[in-house]
Ligand binder design. Structure first.
Ligand code: AMP
Length: 124
C-alpha cells in the first residue's frame, strides 16, 4: 500500500493552507466544490483521516468514520437536489484510474444527464 503523503493538496486543504468552497463539514468529513467542475454540481467528499484510497479507507477506517463518510455522500446529494434527477459518484483509486490526489475522495456529479459511464478509445 502506498504511504500517505502529507503534502498532497487535500491534506493542505484540511490544514487550512489552501482555501476551498466548503459545502459540508463535520468531525470526520469535509466536502467542497471541485476546482475544475465537470458538471453543474461537482463536489468532492473526503474523510479527515489520512487514507490514500478507497481500499485504504475500507481496510483501515473505523466504523464511525465509514458511516459518517457514506452518510455524508448521500446527504450531500440530497441537499444539492440531485436525488430526484439522479447523479453519479466516482472514486478513482490508483494508477489505472488516473487518481491525481492521493487522499481518498468521492466525486459527486450531477445537475445534467451525464452520458455513458466511460468514454474510451480502448476496448474492454
Ligand atoms: P482524482 O483524479 O480523482 O484524484 O480527482 C482529483 C480532483 O481534485 C480533480 O477533479 C481536480 O479538479 C480536483 N482538485 C484539485 N485541486 C483542487 C482544489 N484546490 N480544490 C478543489 N478541487 C481540486
Amino acid at each position: 500500500m502506498v504511504s500517505y503523503d502529507d503534502n498532497n493538496i487535500f491534506a493542505k486543504i484540511l490544514r487550512g493552507d489552501i482555501p476551498n468552497d466548503t459545502v459540508f463539514e463535520d468531525d470526520h468529513v469535509l466536502a467542497f466544490r471541485d476546482i475544475s467542475a465537470q458538471a453543474p454540481v461537482h463536489i468532492l467528499v473526503i474523510p479527515k483521516g489520512k487514507y490514500v484510497s478507497v481500499s485504504d479507507f475500507g481496510a483501515a477506517a473505523g466504523a464511525e468514520e465509514v458511516t459518517a463518510f457514506w452518510r455524508a455522500v448521500s446527504n450531500i446529494a440530497e441537499d444539492q437536489g440531485l436525488s430526484e434527477g439522479g447523479f453519479r459518484i466516482i472514486a478513482n483509486s490508483g494508477l489505472n484510474s488516473g487518481q491525481e490526489v492521493p487522499h481518498f475522495h468521492v466525486h459527486i456529479l450531477g445537475g445534467r444527464a451525464l452520458g455513458p459511464m466511460l468514454r474510451s478509445s480502448e476496448a474492454a
